[in-house]
Design a protein around this ligand. Structure first.
Ligand code: PGA
Length: 260
């Protein structure tokens, strides 16, 4: 039997939290998580803004907390005249090994395209980082019956450029844009259908059984279980509900690894 995929719950803080707020959050989450054996927990990822990355990374190490600290985006190039950008080398310098790429807000407000997301994914892998690659359709695309075609294009753009051996290393987040920050969660069976479709497309480039595919978009403690019990959903990328330790821990509790 294939090894079960370990679930991931990732909290994307977006442009929220000063360093002081960030450390208070980590402390509070650690208090709650400590009562659980690591084997009962999903992989827990927190994505602070750049300004708090270093502080949170050091704090997590000092506490010995099993939290992965991830960046919310990065530039694909190692260095150069790109004012304001942060490179993979700079993240590596802080010990950051995970990064969210191609979030719909990056695509929508900062002109990221399938091409730039692919370049960033390749850069992450080159530097030994785990990318969480976000894909998802907009409301109008869904209403026009284009969901599957949009997902196919976004997945193929990235996967066609990767080595077969990279496919199990990437994490994909299916985030329907209309479900992000709206309180309108995608119905679990439909989210699972799209995640299975993603796995199918990934599988055309190599082994997809170990690739973890997350769902994101209005994930809350009370809808986590329905989503996580689906065959092809391996965790959640959480925005709003990841900002308070209480609500984030509620989600974590409903995403325990399946015991084989
Ligand atoms: P949300 O955000 O949970 O607030 O809908 C999800 C995301 O943007 O990743």
């Amino acid at each position: 039997m294939a090894t079960p995929r370990r679930p991931i719950i990732a909290g994307n803080w977006k442009m929220f939290k000063t360093t002081q707020e960030a450390t208070a959050f980590v402390e509070a989450l650690w208090q709650k998580v400590q009562s659980r054996a690591t084997a009962e927990l999903p992989e827990i990822v927190v994505c602070p803004p750049f300004t708090a990355l270093s502080t949170v990374k050091q704090q997590v190490e000092k506490l010995g907390a099993p939290f992965i600290v991830a960046a919310q985006t990065m530039e694909s190039r190692d260095n150069g005249a790109y004012t304001g950008e942060i490179s993979p080398l700079m993240l590596a310098d802080l010990g950051i090994r995970w990064v969210v790429l191609g979030h719909s807000e990056r695509r929508q407000y900062f002109n990221e395209t399938d091409e730039t997301v692919t370049a960033k994914t390749l850069a992450a892998l080159k530097h030994g980082m785990t990318p969480i690659v976000c894909v998802g359709e907009e409301l109008q695309e869904r209403e026009n019956g284009l969901t599957d075609a949009v997902i196919e294009q976004q997945i193929r753009a990235v996967c066609s450029q990767l080595q077969t051996s990279d496919l199990p290393k990437i994490v994909i987040a299916y985030e329907p844009v209309w479900a992000i920050g709206t309180g309108k969660v995608c119905e679990a069976a439909e989210a699972n259908r799209v995640c299975a479709l993603i796995r199918h497309f990934v599988g055309e480039y190599g082994p997809a059984e170990q690739t973890r595919i997350l769902y994101g978009g209005s994930v809350k403690a009370d809808n986590t279980q329905a989503l996580m019990s689906q065959s092809d959903i391996d965790g959640g990328l959480v925005g709003g509900a990841s900002l308070e330790a209480e609500s984030f821990f509620g989600i974590i509790q409903h995403a325990s690894p399946v015991t084989a």
